[in-house]
Write a protein that binds this ligand. Structure first.
Ligand code: FES
Length: 190
């Protein structure tokens, strides 16, 4: 990443942009690291508008999900409408518009996985975590979401958790994976 501006100066250098809510100022909402990363993305693209998805990813990386306030702040920063940015956010299923758990399970529900044990894997996950699609465990550790093909059809059934792909799943292996992640989380809190 090549941005030699320090964070404070960068925040001050960003020009004022027409905002939808005059009470809301993205410069006091987004932190210096977020602003710096967004401006870096803007710098390598042709227009501020084109940086929408990358800006959403930046803020999600820092905050875990994209709240309404985050959406408005990013839209203001890029000089586009919130509605326009919402369209981008809802198009990408890896942008979360609701609070999610520490681990987000994307279980592939496309054809190859259906043919190789998707139903059993889904039941095993639901039973083990006690949640349905779209829900987060009470301890905030896991969210379960469905996902179109993850590109691992020759190694199905498959899922992705926080960007890591898990393939050739069985009912036993998926429970072992979830237990392992749970353990990691417990250790990282010690
Ligand atoms: S159908 Fe599941 S990974 Fe392609």
């Amino acid at each position: 990443m090549q941005n030699n501006n320090n964070d404070i100066n960068l925040a001050q250098q960003i020009p004022s942009i027409t905002i939808e809510d005059e009470e809301f100022d993205y410069r006091s909402y987004l932190n210096a690291a977020e602003l710096s990363a967004i401006e870096h993305e803007v710098a390598i693209l042709e227009t501020r508008e084109a940086a929408g998805i990358e800006a959403l990813k930046v803020v999600q990386q820092h905050r875990g999900w994209i709240s309404d306030d985050s959406l408005v702040a990013i839209a203001q920063c890029l000089g586009i409408s919130s509605a326009q940015l919402e369209g981008v956010a809802t198009f990408y299923n890896l942008i979360y518009r609701q609070k999610v758990g520490h681990y987000v399970i994307h279980l592939c529900d496309s054809i190859s996985c259906h043919l190789t044990g998707y139903d059993e894997i889904l039941i095993a996950i639901k039973h083990h975590l006690g949640i349905e699609y779209g829900q987060t465990t009470a301890d905030g550790q896991f969210t379960l979401l469905s996902n179109p093909c993850l590109g691992s059809c020759d190694k199905s059934p498959a899922m992705m958790i926080n960007g890591i792909h898990y393939q050739n799943l069985t009912e036993q292996s998926v429970v072992a994976i979830l237990n392992g992640l749970n353990l990691n989380l417990g250790e990282s809190h010690d």
